[in-house]
Design a protein around this ligand. Structure first.
Ligand code: UD2
Length: 304
């Protein structure tokens, strides 16, 4: 099969690409290299790379030729960046998705998997989050992810294009880039400790997250691409676990044999206190469940 992976030079997209190649498929990557890196792309004759932007419909149409299925991972993934530039977010994170759906519909693509986000739940207090609970998008990023999810569902019902929306929680693993202050907290803590720098905890560190290892996220995508009852639905992709940022840093320090001595700074604006998923829908409809225990994921990351 030929797959299009948008954002294939990025963190999650490059892991999906690697898996598809290992399964014997051909992969076309569409990436504008704004955060993606050439070194993330596996060296293989079965990979074709198009440097281009999902916000440009003609580029997307060209990338869609002869494609069987799409994993749409390309996005402006930094929430604060979208707060600073809502129009750029709308162009990439929403219109980029509609461009993918429209081009996929005309090209006769079988199925599109869309990378959505736990951001759609906002700060509503009820936990764990189920997909049928109310949503409260609070940033351009969350608005555009939620609108994209609605577009996916509308394309399924209006045109019969099979779409699956996966609401990622806090994903971690190799190739997550620690270079921005809004990169994944695990990549930042690890990078700081490796360079002898003191990690910062924002707030009291008692906020909690549901961390999921990237290989499990890849598996959820693969299952979503074949599960017969998946189209038209949204699924949380997480473990259902809960870990505070204090506990997280202590665990990383223990593994690295370093003392726990963070500096505490005021909490970030808009930081969500607790985020945890109910993953029963993914179990039921995708036959998926996470297989990498949190500490094993950390060990894999530190070995990589
Ligand atoms: C995650 C997603 C984001 C969006 C959001 C939805 C990542 C990288 N970001 O944001 O895209 O989907 O969920 O709710 O997955 N922290 C520190 N010190 C640091 C860095 C972070 O204390 O140096 C804290 C931060 O304030 C937060 C927690 O760690 O409470 C997790 O931060 P994050 O940036 O990894 O992810 P999050 O949940 O803010």
């Amino acid at each position: 099969m030929r797959y299009l992976v948008t954002g294939g030079a990025g963190f999650i997209g490059s892991h999906i690409t690697e898996r598809l190649l290992a399964d014997g498929h051909q992969v076309r990557i569409l990436d504008n290299f704004s955060t993606g890196k050439h070194e993330n792309i596996p060296d293989s004759a079965d990979v074709e790379v198009i440097a281009g932007d999902v916000g440009d419909y003609d580029t997307v149409c060209a990338a869609m030729a002869q494609v069987d299925m799409v994993f749409h991972e390309a996005a402006i993934a930094s929430v604060p960046e979208t707060v600073g530039n809502p129009l750029a977010s709308e162009r990439v994170n929403y219109r980029g998705t509609v461009n993918i759906l429209e081009a996929a519909r005309h090209a006769g693509v079988q199925r599109v998997m869309f990378a959505c986000s736990a951001a759609v739940y906002g700060d509503l207090p009820e936990l764990p989050k189920r997909e049928d609970m109310p949503v409260k998008p609070m940033t351009p990023y969350a608005i555009d992810k939620l609108a994209s999810e609605h577009a996916c569902q509308a394309y399924y019902h209006l045109y019969g294009l099979e779409t699956v929306s996966l609401r990622y929680f806090n994903v971690f693993g190799p190739r997550q880039d620690p270079s921005s202050p809004y990169s994944g907290v695990i990549s930042i803590f690890s990078d700081f400790l490796n360079h002898g720098k003191q990690p910062t905890i924002y707030g009291d560190g008692e906020q909690t997250r549901d961390f999921v290892y990237v290989a499990d996220v890849v598996e959820a995508n693969i299952r979503a691409s074949t599960a017969s009852e998946a189209p038209g639905r949204s699924f949380n992709v997480a473990t259902g676990g809960t870990l505070s940022i204090n506990e997280l840093l202590k665990t990383i320090c223990d593994i690295k044999g370093q003392p726990f001595s963070p500096q505490y700074k005021p909490g970030r604006d808009g930081d969500i206190k607790h985020s945890r998923a109910d993953i029963s829908a993914a179990r039921e409809y995708l036959g998926w469940q996470p297989t990498v225990a949190f500490e094993d994921g950390l060990l894999k990351l530190f070995e990589a």
